[in-house]
Design a protein around this ligand. Sequence first.
Ligand code: ASP
Length: 343
Amino acid sequence: MSSSRRKFLQSAAAVSSAALLSSENLFASTQKVSQAAKTAPIVISTWDFGRFANADAWKVLEKGGRALDAVEAGVQVAEADELNQSVGYGGLPDRDGNVTLDACIMDEFYNCGSVMALEHIKHPISVARMVMEKTPHVILVGDGALQFALANGFKKENLLTESSEKAWKEWLKTAKYEPIQNIENKSYNKDGGKMPGGIDNHDTIGMVALDANNNLGGACTTSGMAFKMRGRVGDSPVIGAGLYVDNEIGAATATGVGEEVIRIVGSHLIVELMRQGMSPEAACKEGVLRIIKRNPEKSKGIQVGFLALNKKGEYGAYALQKGFTFSVKSGSEEKVYSAKSHY
Ligand code: ASP
């Protein structure tokens, strides 16, 4: 363990979580993630902005709440954040100017729910949960998902913010569709503010948690690729691709170019590799290697990041490119890590 990490862990107990959120310590530049045994509860999520979501998930977990409730509450933070242009309200629209949202959720009993291409609803994750709990189905899409949401009390809202509309109009000038890589800490600065000029066209929040009763839950929500074709759905709401939870083994989630993740059914693959004894990080790395094997040339120009948690509370991540960060919150740490990457 590095001395700065040790120092952080020693001081963590003494410092309030509010203070920790603004702390420099959150930004561990180290590529090495310690795998010291962690005890439940713990929550991890994709990207540095995940730390804000973790904080709300933690409020549920520290009271002994269910992982499922924690991940729903957690990712709602990103969905409601208008500065976050890749999830929920304020998300960048498709090429026709419609904000279309994808989300899925999974509990400790293999129950799962998903919405795809849902418009006008700020919290698609909660609609996905309702699909899981109130219907005999797993997936609702488009107008059907909207109809279901409205019938269940969700409010119809305009999700296209001024700045996302501006970005879309700017994009229309060239209308060039080019998924860009997520560069280290590009979308958010260390205080959580938007970095000037940086528009990432993908950045999903995927979150998995292990609660005090040793049960897992997971959620994944996104506005998908910016300026995507109307109707395009990525990996994020696809159970097994963007998210998978197996309460015997562990849970995994993904971010990045969804088409590549779907092709290898990434999150399910990672959980199965953990079942075979791999550590979360090794399993995530294997997932990345599969993507590279399929198309080595293409893999050089895109980003995919995987994040996983096992039943022991051990976590790990791996990405194609540098720049994938993830956020961790447990009783003993609150930190943002840079994942290791192939390139
Ligand atoms: N995976 C998401 C999608 O393909 C986007 C992202 O995570 O960057 O829609």
